[in-house]
Design a protein around this ligand. Sequence first.
Ligand SMILES: *[C@@H]1O[C@H](CO)[C@@H](O)[C@H](O)[C@H]1NC(C)=O
Ligand SMILES: *[C@@H]1O[C@H](CO)[C@@H](O)[C@H](O)[C@H]1NC(C)=O
Length: 305
Amino acid sequence: MAFKGFRYFFFIMVLACLGLAFFLLKFIDICIYSQRRNFLHLPDIDCRRTPPFLVLLVTSGPGQLKARMAIRQTWGKHRLVAGNRIVTYFLLGITTKESDLVDITFESQKYRDIIQKDFMDSYYNLTLKTMMGIEWVHIFCSQSRFVMKTDTDMFVNIFYLSELLLKKNRNTRFFTGFLMMNAQPIRCRGSKWYVSEAEYPASTYPPFCSGTGYVLSTDVVSQIYNISESVPFIKLEDVFIGLCLAKLKIKPEELHSERTFFLHKVGFSICLFRKIVTSHKVKPYELLIYWEELEKSKDEKCPYV
Ligand SMILES: *[C@@H]1O[C@H](CO)[C@@H](O)[C@H](O)[C@H]1NC(C)=O
Ligand SMILES: *[C@@H]1O[C@H](CO)[C@@H](O)[C@H](O)[C@H]1NC(C)=O
């Protein structure tokens, strides 16, 4: 009788311990996941439950609402492409303007697509902005497969990009975009890209991809995040990422045999824009027109494809 009672007691204890352990693990999980890590605004997504195929991170300034709206209506519209989830988020810093703070809070609550931290939003803080995006993916969305970093004044053909990524089928240590090989620091003062010898002493940069649009497999994001602190800071964000890649011994590669990433503004034509990934210097109203034209002609064939 006593033995039977003990067995029963033992069974209950084991059950209680298991329950407690489960509860604790769940609790720790929730704590880790919900920590905000100094982010002022975070997008509304649970990447563990709905892992995206591609996360687009768009560096943007508080004053660029018009451009963000155009992106939200065109390539930045959350959607499935051939069953693959694509999400677009904007990376922002802060300004000293009181009204910006209020406006961004309103915008973030409405669209839930803003990632913001407490640093001054300026051209020379672009590296901080990009690293904020890298940190966000590392902490909140390492379940995604690819990440693209791009800008607010860009056209991005997410359909063709997805198609090429699937075709390429490189899921680790992959980095692509408009390749910059043997680029040299610009030493003349007054240039937007001026870099002093003190900031960067070597005469060439390691291979990198233009910040207008580069794409990487998500494992590289975590690796960049991990080593970024040991890489000397440089205000040119794309060069900084290149320095991280060099340290990780990851070589940027072409996505396709034809050029698909463009640094300049490509003149619009439906057939051309179907077969490019990025074009630069696109104004919000142009983006809306391009997109409408592309949607309208979706079922039309192009002569040479
Ligand atoms: C970058 O952000 C930091 C933190 O807000 C600020 O102290 C610094 O002045 C900013 N740098 C530039 C060049 O704006
Ligand atoms: C982070 O970097 C250290 C060396 O700096 C390395 O030992 C470690 O494996 C890295 N971790 C990841 C997850 O890449």
